[in-house]
Design a protein around this ligand. Structure first.
Ligand SMILES: C[S@@+](CC[C@H](N)C(=O)[O-])C[C@H]1O[C@@H](n2cnc3c(N)ncnc32)[C@H](O)[C@@H]1O
Length: 241
């Protein structure tokens, strides 16, 4: 399915704009991940772009996970995907408390003799943007991501300050957070402190200050000789630290 066809179907549905939709669609058609995982689908706009791109290359499937409440969205992901005719490419999962529980079940399913066999080539993390949930999600996804696979975080500079004044969002008690937890962008911290310091990840890229990409190094650990590469906060490019 072409990008234009998907774009027309999703129309003005939140939460992904045309430019981000194009970047996601282009990434999938160029990289051709066989098995994709999406954490946080909301109405299913990003799911539709991924599914459309998989259909365009003629291969691949998507597991997409959200909270139970996403079923009640207007439209919900089922309705949006029905409009594309691509339902067969997508398996929709919903959890009561968090996608980290879905990841726990998937790790169990993939474990044989105490070893978890990775099964995904791409994971898009677009959920609560929270250190505790998404920091754990990164380590769980790492177990399921094949060497050479990519991970993409949305909302790099978002902070819980956006929801200051509310009691809770996405099951997170905003009142229970410290001032620092409210003001600091959790995804940026996860990316810099967990992903970039992880020996198995490289090719870090910050796109438009909002999307953070990392690739699981195809041949195992990052070579020590490569040194530690840090990402320039302004350009998103890598530099030696
Ligand atoms: C910004 S929306 C996702 C938008 C979607 N990826 C898109 O671009 O069209 C974030 C979603 O994450 C879900 N979410 C938040 N915390 C979650 C959690 N712990 N487990 C599962 N889903 C979660 C919310 O219910 C919400 O639908």
């Amino acid at each position: 399915m072409t990008f234009e066809q998907i774009r027309r179907i999703v129309g003005e549905t939140p939460y992904m704009g045309i430019d981000e939709g194009w970047e996601l669609y282009r990434f999938v058609t160029e990289t051709r991940p066989q098995a994709c995982l999406e954490l946080g689908h909301a109405h299913g706009v990003s799911s539709a772009y991924i599914a459309g791109a998989l259909d365009e290359v003629g291969d691949g499937r998507l597991d997409t996970v959200d909270l139970l409440g996403s079923a009640g969205r207007e439209p919900n992901v089922e309705t949006l995907l029905a409009g594309t005719g691509l339902e067969s490419r997508v398996v929709i999962h919903r959890e009561k408390s968090s996608y980290t529980w879905f990841l726990k079940k998937k790790i169990e399913e993939q474990s044989d003799n105490g070893v978890c066999v990775p099964c995904y080539d791409f994971c898009f993390i677009d959920g609560p943007k929270n250190w505790t949930i998404d920091g754990l999600a990164f380590f769980l996804v790492d177990k399921l991501l094949r060497p050479g696979g990519w991970i993409l975080f949305d909302d790099y500079t978002w902070s819980h300050g956006k929801h200051a004044g509310r009691d809770s969002t996405d099951g997170i008690s905003i009142r229970g957070l410290s001032e620092q937890e409210i003001s600091e962008p959790h995804i940026e911290k996860i990316f810099k402190l967990l992903v970039m310091q992880h020996a198995d990840y490289s090719n870090f890229l910050l796109q438009d200050g909002w999307w953070a990409w990392a690739q699981k190094t195809p041949d195992g650990h990052r070579a020590l000789a490569e040194g530690h590469k840090a990402m320039d906060g302004k350009t998103g490019r890598l530099r030696d630290s």
